[in-house]
Design a protein around this ligand. Structure first.
Ligand SMILES: Nc1ncnc2c1ncn2[C@@H]1O[C@H](COP(=O)(O)OP(=O)(O)OP(=O)(O)O)[C@@H](O)[C@H]1O
Ligand SMILES: Cc1ncc(COP(=O)(O)O)c(N)n1
Length: 270
């Protein structure tokens, strides 16, 4: 048997291909991991917003997860949209004890402002998923919800990252600064150390799926055997280029350019 790095996404869908499992699979491919996906919710959405959500029945989520885990065992897993408390519990039960690096993107609200998680899910996210996480990747609003802190400064973001690890049991935290102003600076807390990962801010509204793609890239990097610090650093480079080399498609907040590193100018039809 060959050792092919593989990564599994457990997340919701986006028929326009910019967020959710679609973004994750594109990212896995670009970051050189064989991609797999378990669908948690089918979402009717586009770059303008969310129109409707249909949750996959719990037993079908379980069957999908078991089908993957007993066959092509992933070298890393990432979770995205897991909307209901029951589904969080089910996914946590199935991942507990698997000994597979786990990246948790605590998806709560889409770029468009539409809610993607029921409010009652927050405590289960904290109590059941956080302790299983190798890396948790909240944006500012999600870090505020999880920690109860108000985060207006980078020092407060540092404090939140520390709480997610020291108090809630994740091994590492990346508090993403995409919604701050100035440079796009993310704060990584791992092995008792804070690191600032900074990239110039691209002036664009085409940021649909940035959070999904960053966390999927971290999972692919972990699947390839990189350390958490290497994985997060390489993923920051990946997402910065994907945002900078925009595709410019979509009537709202357009998707990022997952294949930016390979796409030549002449490949785009104008
Ligand atoms: N305009 C930008 N220019 C450069 N990097 C950005 C920009 N916006 C976000 N980022 C980066 O993209 C990644 C995702 O961060 P963000 O805080 O936007 O997450 P998110 O809110 O989960 O994603 P989304 O906005 O898609 O919901 C981070 O690495 C962040 O620094
Ligand atoms: C299925 C799904 N998962 C996650 C997001 C968040 O992505 P974003 O906040 O970048 O729109 C989304 N819109 N849809």
């Amino acid at each position: 048997m060959r050792r092919v790095p593989s990564a599994l996404s457990i997340a919701g869908t986006d028929p326009t291909g910019g967020a959710g499992i679609h973004a994750d699979l594109k990212t896995f491919q670009e970051c050189k991991a064989y991609g797999m996906a378990v669908v948690t919710s089918v979402v009717a959405q586009n770059t303008k917003g969310v129109q409707d959500v249909w949750h996959v029945p719990l037993e079908m989520v379980e069957k999908q997860m078991k089908a993957v885990l007993e066959d092509i065992r992933p070298n890393a897993v990432k979770t995205g949209m897991i909307a209901t408390p029951e589904m969080i519990e089910k996914v946590a039960d199935l991942l507990d004890g698997q000994d597979i690096p786990l990246v948790i993107d605590p998806v709560m609200v889409a770029t468009s402002g539409d809610s993607l998680m029921e409010q009652e899910s927050t405590s289960l996210m904290k109590n059941r998923l956080m302790p299983l996480a190798h890396v948790v990747t909240p944006n500012i609003a999600e870090a505020e919800t999880l920690t109860g802190l108000s985060i207006k400064t980078q020092k407060e973001a540092e404090q939140a990252a520390k709480m997610l690890v020291d108090d809630m049991g994740a091994s590492a935290a990346v508090v993403k600064g995409g919604h701050f102003t100035g440079d796009a600076t993310d704060i990584l807390y791992v092995n008792g150390q804070i690191d600032y990962l900074t990239a110039p801010r691209t002036d664009t509204n085409h940021t649909h799926g940035t959070g999904c793609s960053l966390s999927a890239s971290i999972a692919a990097e972990l699947a390839r055997g990189n350390t958490i610090k290497e994985a997060v650093t390489n993923s920051k480079t990946f997402i910065s280029q994907a945002i900078h080399d925009t595709l410019g498609i979509g009537k709202g907040n357009g998707p990022v350019n997952h294949w930016a590193s390979r796409l030549k100018k002449d490949d785009i039809l104008v």
